[in-house]
Structure formats: C-alpha cells, structure tokens
Design a protein around this ligand. Structure first.
Ligand code: 5GP
Ligand code: ZN
Length: 137
C-alpha cells in the first residue's frame, strides 16, 4: 500500500529500531514509547487489521508477540505485559495495517492505561446477548 507508514517501514523507506524480522513478521519499537520497550509486531503483508488478516499470518504475529513479551519480562524487568490490537478508528486504530502492541508494565508506569468500566444496559440479559453473537460463529 503506497501511503501506509508500516509498509514503508517494512520496505526500509522509513527507519525503525528493529527487534525481530522474518519473512512474514517485523517487530520494532513504537516511536511513541508508552512504556519502556513498547513494541509493535507487524505483519509484513498489508492487511487492514486483526479481523481482516488471514489466520496463519495472524498466528505468526501472535507467536512473535509472545516471544517479545517473554524477552521484555526477562531483560527489561517488566512486571507484566499488555497485548493490544486495535481494530477500527473507534477502537483507537490509527495505522490501518495489522499490528499488535506489546507493552511492558512496570511498578510505577503511567504511560499506558486501560479501564474496563461496567457500562451496558444488556447486563440483565446476558444469555440473549451471548445468543446474538453465537449466531454468527
Ligand atoms: P494504533 O493506534 O494504530 O494501534 O498504533 C499505531 C502505533 O504506531 C502508535 O502507537 C504510533 O506511536 C506508532 N507509530 C506511528 N508512526 C510510527 C513510525 O513512523 N515509526 C514507529 N516505530 N512507530 C510509529
Ligand atoms: Zn501497510
């Protein structure tokens, strides 16, 4: 894709701090470090997001995300890890090329916050909601 920042990084047209590379996957440090070591694991093929990526490629990206998380825990002294992939602008996706954030967490970091607040009027009818989602599986 001509105007995709990640495609340009993959082609070497934009520099990046590389952590891992194979035929299908590239992992680089995020230019905006939410926490120390914040990494992006990117599929080399351009797919718009997690949901639109062929399963084999999605799995390869997740394999690398797991390895990077293990390395961050081992060498950076991270106490936890958040794995995050945004799908769609409403979910905060800004680069429409599938990638996974691997965000190491430390005792006093404040750069990354995620809050899951209860906020759904269907809460009293969860079986019906479950059936609705199930109907498309
Ligand atoms: P999204 O919001 O789409 O899930 O995440 C996109 C991420 O890409 C952001 O965290 C942003 O900081 C990062 N990013 C944007 N441009 C560049 C770049 O040129 N180089 C690197 N390494 N990261 C970038
Ligand atoms: Zn791309």
């Amino acid at each position: 894709m001509d105007n995709c920042i990640f495609c340009k990084i993959i082609k070497g047209e934009i520099p990046s701090a590389k952590i891992y590379e194979d035929d299908e996957v590239l992992a680089i440090l995020d230019i905006s470090q939410a926490t120390r070591g914040h990494t992006l694991v990117i599929s080399k093929e351009h797919h718009p997001n997690f949901l639109a990526t062929p399963k084999e490629i999605m799995h390869k990206v997740m394999d690398v995300a797991q390895r990077i998380g293990q390395a961050q825990m081992a060498v950076l002294g991270a106490k936890g890890i958040n794995i995050l992939t945004n799908v769609g602008e409403e979910a905060g996706q800004t680069i429409m090329h599938y990638h996974v954030h691997v965000v190491p967490r430390y005792t006093r970091d404040t750069g990354f916050q995620i809050t899951l607040k209860e906020n759904n009027s269907d809460k009293n009818n969860l079986p019906a909601l479950a059936d609705q989602i199930k109907s498309k599986l």
